[in-house]
Design a protein around this ligand. Sequence first.
Ligand code: DGJ
Length: 730
Amino acid sequence: MPIAFDKATNAITLSTVSSTYQMQVDRFGNLLHLYYGRRTEGCMDYLLTYADRGFSPSPYDAADDRTYSLDALPLEYPCEGVGDFRSPVLSVRDGRGAFGCDLRYRGHEVVDGKYGLPGLPAAYGADESDGAQTLRIMLSDERLGLEVTLLYGVLPKIDVITRAAILQNVGGQTLAIEKAQSACLDFVSGDFDVLSFNGRHAKERTLRRSAVDHVSQVVSSRRGMSSHQYNPMMILCDTDATETSGRCWSMSLVYSGDFKGEVERGQYDQTRMQLGLSDERFSYPLAPGESLVAPEVIMTFSNDGLDRLSQNLHECIARHVCRGEYRDVPRPVVINSWEATYFDFTGADILSLARSAADLGIDMLVLDDGWFGARDDDSRALGDWRVNEAKLGSSLAEFVGRINALGLRFGLWFEPEMVNENSDLYREHPDWALAIPGKPPVLGRSQLVLDFSRADVRENVFEQVCSVLDQANVEYLKWDFNRSIADVYSATAKGQGAVLYDYVLGLYDFLERLIARYPHLLIEGCSGGGGRFDAGMLYYAPQIWCSDNTDAYERLSIQYGTSFGYPASAVCAHVSACPNELNGRVTPLETRAAVALAAGGFGYELDLRKLSEAERDEVREQVRLHREIDALVRQGRCHRLSDPLAEPVAAWSFVSADGASALVEAVVPLAEANAPTRCVRLRDLTPGSLYRDRSSGAVYPADALMDAGLPLPLEPGDYRSYVIRLERVK
Ligand code: DGJ
């Protein structure tokens, strides 16, 4: 059984195929964290050490035992005000405003299946054969009238343990929840590195690795979205961990708003890692009878390095977070109009782009920004979701009919959470935008954010979006979000510290209604590229536009960083024109395609009508190749074969579940005169077998490919790329 309780030791143990997680209820009813690591048996309370430590105080009920201090013990859900002075996971103020919460164990229960969360996305168990179980641990502080249920979901076959918490006010006073993280891991000793994924617009999820020291390290968003700047996912690992060796632990937040992740090495060299909601701009008033859900964190452990860790996360997100009919099937190859025309188009332009795309074998035209209201530039009309029939030259139904008649499906861009001051919606309902009375609002791309914490605001936008979708055969929706939330004030909020959290719940409520009403719609997430690339959004949209940066070279490090926490099936990547619109770089069409082909959402984002005949032939070939390798990319095991930030070759591979086929891709960004041989060492092939290169017919021993590697051709020219397809022949 994945979850077991041992009465003799009061230990609760969670087991997956390769990992063990253990807690213990101690003699005072405090819940201690004992262990999270490789699979083992027994009770790990031998790891607890006790000593009379100066300035580490003792709880009142242990006061005659000065060796007992929560400041020195590994804790499962540490609270502020109990004598543990590390960064707390829970901070609560009572009706008088005093800080302090003392949670004690009251009981636990185990049920089959994986829990869900009310109003929030959460990983789900696929079916009974995955053996998922849920553990609920009930804690409470009777003085406060606060009950906390710690939720643990175990997906044993993929080495995943999830955590969440539900806080319920069962007393008579309103409590203020000042901080409520979802998961915490305390290690009693060890030297670790922390891996985080930071960036900016057009440079998302760049890997950073640094030593954990006596300086608190924080990844967070205070932008109202998970953000380009930090991804809500982090990894702790042994200082010498590599792709294929060493212990690593990860936490990924299934949430799309402000978050905070912390790693702190304490005074006794213990390490605490925690992740959850941000405590900035957050103070949640919890009235008697009310509950607050701390969103889910997906955790996994690998004893065999980062590659294994990522496999677990890929599997979890692709099969236990993403939903809907597009989860497991090929996605349409799209031509997206944005970098082809921006706002400057007529219906006739889009139809001729579609004609050009149909001739290349592309499946779908996605009409990006500019099709509604008076939206001829980015200063107006957000909020007015009415088709601009004058611009399209017909009704949407007729227009889509013409696209469909060309053999193409049709998709449409929306940015439902936004409003321009220059819009009919804003003129009618200025109070629907998030703005602080008396303070001129901060503008981002000339737009304001609608108050999605309000049901009436959501309802209006929902009706508008549905009325467009109901007019025509729209099969794809790109959901964009193009600014950070700076001003937080909602006219109807129960407390302003609750607005950002309730906003995210409002967003999820909208998305849930949308997918219930349009179950066949494929939703692509987007936020100025990859500013909201998180497991929360992936619950509603199985693919997300990875970055506005479509340059093949910079995409190498963006997609590399993304691959640590997210499967290729979740990534959207398009081939765009050169010189690249953001950085002016010129790369071969072949290489732009090689990089974009490593994504589940493949397509083009350029004016196809400007391609030469030779380039058009190349594109036809790329689309054909995509169809052949697509299943391998979306469903195969993805391996990072080099670090593009540090090595002269960027290389990665996808290997089918049965090991029978492999796709190896490599890019050599800078050519060198008289260059040394560059060998790419492969991984995950079937030992003892032979693999044949489908293009050249050359046959290689698998073990040699994994040991000495595969030499890349020595060719002149920058940004050369290689797409090598191997099949097992013996
Ligand atoms: C930002 C997105 O990332 C782009 O792809 C495009 O959709 C624009 N917004 C449109 O305004």
